[in-house]
Design a binder for this molecule. Structure first.
Ligand code: GDP
Ligand code: IMO
Ligand code: MG
Length: 438
């Protein structure tokens, strides 16, 4: 298969779990490099090949392609125990990454006290807002980075300095948790554990920025894999109900050290409906039987935590905001098949505020989301789209719905997904993605 030089970013446009992993896996066959640039093991990216499913959390979703070199950029936060488990699981399934993986020496570590702090905040014994985090220590790891108390992958090359790097953050967490510190290991035990866990990974740590820069300068093709999504972005999402990284386009540049001109296209990934895990605004949420049906048919249970995902209609203002934020060139609409057989399918085109005024603008303050009532336009449902692989097979009713969706978002569709497997779906004729994939 031909390698492409048009570097491409795949970004989530809703609240995560849009199907980014599936699309990255499909495209990875055409790219030399696949790069994660933010997030950590809060992400769960599922790839399905021949009915076999693999969930990736920190390893880029190009893992299944032997021709792909995988990079974990500096914007990522890493749990090394989970990383080792992922590598072992991939190895068991026949995917050997030993000579095609590089982890940035500038990427930060997630440490046991970060996880303890995350869980404590989400627990019942304190009064902080419950975000419904994944409990993986993501927020505290990024906080420590910003507070200049983080530990980076490169620090693992100097084990004698680790205790000093970790001490301040560790003591601050102990102080904060007081008697509720539970079974948090001692500083010495954390350092000892870290040295052991890091040992098999030391060979992968290096200058990811430099390597990517020279790959770009040599014209090798690069695919960037976003984690989470724009509405979970720390700046442009539904703050404070967000994750702690920039999941939108800006995070790609800070999280790799490449300049914007290294990127050609942005594909925004959205489900044909909307889901969200955890707390926070969700104007198009369906709390009725239809929401439950979508959850069951779409298997909307978290890849990482197994939590039921909240389900609702496609929200055009939310997705349009994400498209503008990321400069999306084309939409990948996923899981259309999940809506098969519904008598009617809804599309949220705007919201009415408490005064009855219609708006498509997303509030910039959390309290202003309350009281927004979605304006839902209903469309006639269709029979089946499951597994279809070309436009001619698309039912007329589904076409009408997708046309309305793309008009409301003001971005053309570039890919349509009709099932979890790699082969279920097709690129939209005439688009840049069709050119890349065909
Ligand atoms: P990500 O976090 O964006 O990579 O998405 P997840 O992997 O967490 O969640 C998407 C889920 O939907 C996974 O279980 C995929 O296998 C599945 N999936 C992806 N595309 C489709 C599709 O078109 N139809 C159906 N039915 N499932 C899909
Ligand atoms: P992928 O990459 C869906 C959500 C959590 C919570 C909020 C903050 O698979 O799309 P965190 O643990 O990050 O501090 O939690 O963000 N969240 C996700 N939701 N998909 C994800 O990743 C998510 N990663 C974090 O549920 O609401
Ligand atoms: Mg996911």
């Amino acid at each position: 298969m031909s390698q492409r030089k048009e570097n491409l970013a795949i970004l989530g446009l809703q609240w995560g779990d849009e199907g980014k992993g599936k699309l990255v896996d499909i495209l990875a066959a055409r790219y030399r490099h696949v790069v994660r640039f933010q997030g950590g093991n809060n992400a769960g990216h599922t790839v399905v090949v021949n009915g076999q499913s693999i969930a990736l959390h920190q390893v880029p979703s190009g893992a299944l392609h032997a021709s792909c070199f995988l990079t974990v950029g500096s914007g990522v936060v890493l749990n090394l125990e989970v990383f080792n488990q992922e590598l072992a699981r991939l190895q068991d399934r026949g995917f050997d990454l030993s000579d095609r993986l590089l982890i940035s020496e500038k990427a930060h570590l997630i440490l046991p006290h970060h996880i303890a702090l995350d869980k404590w905040r989400e627990g019942a014994t304190n009064k902080s807002i419950k975000i419904g985090t994944t409990g993986r220590g993501i927020g505290p790891a990024y906080e420590m980075k910003a507070a200049r108390m983080g530990v980076r992958m490169g620090d693992l090359r100097h084990p004698e300095l680790l205790a000093d790097r970790i001490r301040q953050g560790y003591e601050e967490v102990r102080l904060r948790l007081g008697a509720e510190v539970g079974d948090l290991p001692s500083l010495e035990a954390i350092v000892e554990g870290l040295i052991q866990t890091a040992a098999p990974l030391l060979r992968y740590i290096g200058d990811a920025q430099g390597n990517l820069m020279s790959a770009w300068e040599k014209g090798e093709s690069i695919l960037f894999e976003g984690a989470q999504a724009t509405l979970l972005d720390i700046d442009h999402g539904t703050y404070p109900f967000v994750t702690s990284s920039n999941c939108s386009l800006g995070g790609l540049f800070t999280g790799t050290g490449l300049p914007p001109k290294a990127l050609k296209h942005v594909v925004g990934v959205a489900k044909a409906y909307t889901t969200r895990v955890g707390a926070g605004p969700f104007p198009s949420e369906l709390l009725d039987e239809t929401g439950e049906k979508i959850r069951q048919v779409g298997r909307e249970f978290g890849t990482t935590t197994g939590r039921p995902r909240r389900c609702g209609w496609f929200d055009a203002p939310v997705t349009a905001h994400a498209c503008r934020t990321n400069g999306v060139d084309g939409l990948a609409i996923m899981k259309l098949d999940v809506l098969d057989g519904l008598p009617e399918v809804g599309l949220v085109t705007g919201y009415r505020d408490a005064n009855g005024t219609l708006t498509t603008k997303l509030p910039g303050c959390i309290s202003e989301w309350e009281g927004l009532k979605p304006e839902v336009k209903m469309f006639k449902g269709w029979t089946t789209t499951r597994g279809i692989t070309d436009m001619a097979q698309l039912p007329e009713e589904a076409k009408v719905y997708l046309e309305a969706l793309t008009e409301a978002v003001e971005v053309p569709i570039a890919y349509l997904s009709t099932g979890p497997d790699r082969v279920e779906g097709f690129s939209w004729p005439g688009t840049f993605l069709a050119e890349i994939l065909d």
